[in-house]
Design a protein around this ligand. Sequence first.
Ligand SMILES: NC(=O)c1ccc[n+]([C@@H]2O[C@H](COP(=O)([O-])OP(=O)(O)OC[C@H]3O[C@@H](n4cnc5c(N)ncnc54)[C@H](OP(=O)(O)O)[C@@H]3O)[C@@H](O)[C@H]2O)c1
Length: 282
Amino acid sequence: MPKNILIQFDCDPQPSTFDAVVAVDAGADVLLRHGGVTPETVAPLVHGAMFTRGGEDLKATAIFVGGSDAAAAEAVAARVRKTFFGPVRVGVLVDPNGANTTASAAVIAAARHVALGPGCHAVVLGGTGPVGQRVARLLAGKAARVTLVSRSLDRAAAAVRRIEAAVPHASITACGADRPAIATADVIVAAGAAGVTLLDEAGRRGATAARVIIDLNAVPPAGVAGILATDKARPEGQTVLYGALGVGGTKMKIHKAAIARIFADTAAFLDAEELLAIGERL
Ligand SMILES: NC(=O)c1ccc[n+]([C@@H]2O[C@H](COP(=O)([O-])OP(=O)(O)OC[C@H]3O[C@@H](n4cnc5c(N)ncnc54)[C@H](OP(=O)(O)O)[C@@H]3O)[C@@H](O)[C@H]2O)c1
C-alpha cells in the first residue's frame, strides 16, 4: 500500500500547523507543506500530485487548500480544480482558517433544535467574515430566511450578492448592525472577529423568539453576552446556547472525516456544502 501523502497548499507564508496536525491525526502518513501558494504558482504543484502515481495508488495522494485569507484560498482551490483533467485528479479539501468546517458545525448545531427551512429566520452577526459568509450560505442552501448583518450595509450587501450567486433560490437580506432583526430570529449565529462582542445583554433581551444562539468567538469577551465558550446545547429558558468550543468537537470530526474522504475518492472536492453533508452523516 502506498503511503497517504497530503499536499498542503497554504496562502500564508508559513503553512498552518493546526491543519498539519489534524491531517496526521486523520490518516496522512506524509505531509508536503507549501506556503505562499497563489493561483499563478499552484499548477505545477498540482501536476506533481497528478502524474506521479497511477491507478488506484492515485487515491493515496490528496490536496488540502488553506490559509488565513479565505478569498485567496478559494482562488487557489479554483485553479487546482481547473488544472485537473479527466480522471487524472486527486481528492481536495478546501478549509481556509477552518471556515468551512466551523460553519458546517454551526449549522449542524442549529439543525439539532430548529427545522431549517422557509419557516426559520436565521440572523448571522459578523456575516461578512469567512465563517459568517459560509454560515449564511449554508443556511440559505437549507432554504432558511437569512439576515446577514455587518457594521456596513454595503459590505453586507456585497456578501449577500456572493451568496445569491452561489445559491440561486436564497432568501437572504443584508442588514446594518444598527437594526439586526434580532427580535424575530429563531436562530442567531455570532461569527464576529475574535474578542468582539456583537450582542450585549440588552441585545440578548431583544432575542425573544430565539431557539438557538451560537457564538463562534472563543476569545473573551464573548461574542454574545452570557454565552460561555464551552456551552454545548446549554438550555436557558426556551433557548439553547452554544459556544465556540461547544461546536468545536463537531468541527474536528468533520475535518478528520473529510481528510479520510479525500484519501478514498479522487473525485472529492470538499467545500462548505460537501463538508456540511459529511457532518450530517456523522
Ligand atoms: N470554533 C472554531 O473552531 C472556530 C474556527 C474558526 C473561526 N472561529 C471564530 O469564528 C469567528 C469568525 O471567524 P472569521 O475568521 O470569519 O472572523 P473575522 O473575519 O475576523 O471577522 C468577522 C467579522 O467580524 C466583524 N468585525 C471585525 N471587527 C469588528 C469589531 N471591532 N466590531 C464589530 N464587528 C467586527 C467584521 O464584519 P464587518 O466589518 O462587516 O462588520 C468581520 O467581517 C471568530 O471569532 C473566530 O475566532 C472559530
